[in-house]
Design a protein around this ligand. Structure first.
Ligand code: ADP
Length: 497
């Protein structure tokens, strides 16, 4: 199937360990590590990553610079280079990470949510493409991710279409979250050096805007999203974020590959961030992590069920369901530890809950990667009642740490968590389908009942969860197949054209 190693450029606006606001960064930092070493009898592939160089990123080395012709002026793109190391199944490789630097666009106090997002990421996309011949590196595949890199497939099929350096490059566009679309004013066309004819419903126009997400969906050779269920859901009007019609039109080119996590980094046996290491053979050590977590969060150190919640505090995450049932839930002898940041009204909601139940709620508002690991390790259960969830990483990390997920069966949560069946002992978590507080409460109660009444069965569930494999091994191979398919389709299209 893979007749030669592929040259793959992964484009992302955030990459672990350099910059992260959400799951995209985890994927962009860990998928390349798997791709570098899987396929071709493990010869691996030539994988490189490109991202903006934000202010907080240190240590990247100067590589080259060039002007990007822009809005009747030139903006300088400086390309710096850093790297990530891949240790994967005993092998090792260094993956170059290129960073597009420009003081005006990226030297700011946060990564997103500025008035000139259209211009910042038009610059980024054009700099990424202009960089390639200067590096004398011609990828087979450019793998774009979310709206920030949506213009790349568009630019390749317009400005660069006739250019022999570019016209063999195939594209894959991955939707990590359809809700964030990068919709901007009509003037944005100028930033992409495109004429007004592109402001058309069949092209870039999207409900009166120019949409970067639509550009990616329309022009990529292949589109995918981060779970099979989400790939089906986004073709429906209720979860399609107004893109469902377009996605249905391209359904033959739309795939779903569930995300993995890096089992080397997320490993309770070696994780230096947690209080006491453990594995599936020493699950009892988990309890020490619970006590350490309770202490750190200012909660009474007691051997009672602890439920973790680590999330962006946004509507997507089903927090209104938690709010709805919290008083009933607090009648149970349990503790809930919450780590999150986001919309002020949700921050306020959890502050209020905390003030009403100070002995039962541990709360940290903010982003804290170390505390996150301690919660994954020290909790018994992990809550993800999402309204929608393209893939979700929290449930995968929690399974790895023997913390049983309680989820709403949507998107990737439906593809990775199976409801525990008391009759057969099958399943790896608890879940519900109807978006309703009572359904959530019912699932939590089922989990609590098993925890309390059948501790041996619970231990079995925990051990089983830790033995599951949600590493990139399988999904990495699926991505290689997808790239191969994109190359084939790209060449076929060229032959027809
Ligand atoms: P999303 O990408 O929608 O935010 P995911 O479940 O795919 O959701 O990924 C979220 C990632 O971010 C997980 O690795 C989770 O542990 C992490 N995370 C979310 N909020 C925080 C926070 N406040 N502090 C530390 N890590 C967080």
């Amino acid at each position: 199937m893979f007749d030669r190693p592929l040259k793959i450029l992964l484009v992302s606006s955030e990459v672990v360990p350099f910059a992260k606001t959400g799951g995209l960064a985890d994927v962009a930092g860990s998928l390349p590590k798997a791709l570098a070493l899987v396929g071709n009898d493990n010869a691996g592939n030539d994988v490189r990553v490109v991202m903006p160089r934000y202010r907080q990123i240190e240590g990247a080395a100067y590589r080259l610079d060039f002007p990007v012709h822009f809005k009747n002026r030139y903006e300088t793109a400086i390309i710096k280079e850093s790297s990530i190391e891949s240790h994967y199944q005993g092998a090792h490789k260094t993956i170059p990470v290129y960073m597009v630097e420009n003081y005006h666009y990226f030297y700011r106090d946060r990564m997103y949510m500025f008035d000139d997002e259209a211009e910042r990421f038009a610059f980024f996309c054009r700099a990424v493409l202009e960089m390639l011949p200067k590096l004398e590196w011609q990828p087979d595949i450019i793998h774009c991710n979310d709206w920030q890199s949506g213009p790349i497939p568009l630019l390749l099929k317009t400005h660069y279409r006739q250019d022999p350096f570019y016209n063999r490059i195939a594209t894959v566009f991955t939707i990590h979250n359809l809700q964030y679309q990068g919709n901007f004013s009509k003037d944005t066309l100028k930033l992409l050096n495109l004429g007004e004819e592109y402001f058309h419903p069949d092209l870039l126009e999207f409900f009166g805007s120019v949409s970067y997400m639509k550009a990616g969906i329309l022009y990529a050779d292949i589109i995918n999203t981060v779970s099979r269920t989400y790939a089906a859901e986004i073709q429906r009007p209720d979860l399609g974020e107004r893109m469902d019609g377009l996605l249905r039109k391209r359904s033959a080119d739309l795939f779903g590959i569930v995300n993995g996590i890096n089992y080397h980094e997320f490993n309770p046996r070696t994780d230096p961030r947690i209080h006491r290491n453990f594995d599936q053979f020493s699950v009892s050590n988990k309890k020490e992590n619970k006590f350490a977590l309770q202490k750190e969060m200012g909660l009474p150190e007691r051997d009672i069920p602890v439920i973790g919640l680590i999330t962006r505090l946004v509507d997507q995450k089903g927090l209104d369901l938690i709010s709805e049932i919290i008083d009933r839930l607090m009648q149970e002898d349990i503790q809930i530890v919450v780590l999150g940041s986001g919309e002020p009204h949700y921050e306020q909601l959890f502050e209020n809950i905390k003030s009403r139940y100070p002995e039962k709620i541990g709360l940290y508002i903010g982003f804290n990667a170390i505390l996150a690991q301690r919660i994954y390790a020290g909790s018994d259960m992990f809550l993800m009642p999402s309204r929608f969830e393209p893939c979700g990483l929290g449930q995968l990390i929690s399974l790895r740490y023997g913390t049983i997920p309680i989820v709403r069966f949507t998107g990737g949560l439906a593809d990775t968590v199976n409801d525990y069946n008391p009759a057969t002992g099958s399943g790896n978590g608890f879940g519900f389908s109807e978006y309703a507080g009572m359904a959530l409460l019912h699932s939590i109660k089922k989990a609590l009942q098993l925890y309390r009444e059948q501790p041996e069965q619970w231990q079995y569930l925990v051990k089983n969860a830790m033995e599951l494999d949600f590493s990139w091994a399988r999904s990495g191979v699926e991505y290689l197949q997808l790239y191969q398919e994109a190359i084939t389709r790209h060449l076929d299209m060229q032959r027809i054209a």
